[in-house]
Design a protein. Structure first.
Length: 152
């Protein structure tokens, strides 16, 4: 009986170690599966914004509305990923940083002129850089590949 219980205990410990080692890879895959489509959409949306920001007030406002919707959808989808404790703090940080970015985009969306919208671009760029830093921290903590996208 003792040999059986030692073997069983060893098997359970090995199985737990294998599961634990694979969990970051699974979570990294979950995160990447959420982030990648949003990065693709944001590439197009940011290109449209950069094209329109100097010429069309209506198109620029539309571009900002689309970007806000994309960021909000990312936040919702991110909540479906179950993070371990350390990356969970990074998840909270990315949601906070993303919230600040969304607030700046809302200010841009409410602007009365293209010049006013463009005047907020440096603050938006800084907020986006903070989101990118937080996304990089999540990817590093999970052992995921670096992102080639604009934010996540």
């Amino acid at each position: 009986m003792t040999i059986f219980s030692v073997v069983t205990t060893a098997f359970i410990l090995i199985a737990a170690l294998v599961y634990s080692a694979g969990s970051n890879a699974r979570i990294a895959s979950d995160y990447t599966n959420v982030a990648t489509p949003f990065n693709r959409v944001l590439v197009a949306e940011l290109a449209n914004y950069n094209r329109d920001r100097n010429t069309s007030f209506a198109a620029t406002k539309s571009d900002l509305a689309k970007e806000l919707k994309t960021l909000g959808n990312f936040d919702s989808e991110l909540s479906t990923v179950t993070f371990p404790n350390a990356p969970m703090a990074d998840e909270a940080a990315i949601l906070t940083a993303d919230g600040k970015l969304e607030n700046l985009l809302k200010h841009q969306e409410k602007a009365a002129t293209l010049a006013e919208i463009r005047s907020l671009d440096p603050a938006v760029a800084a907020a986006a850089a903070t989101v990118k830093i937080q996304a990089t921290r999540i990817r590093q903590a999970l052992g995921a590949a670096p992102s080639g996208g604009p934010l996540f």
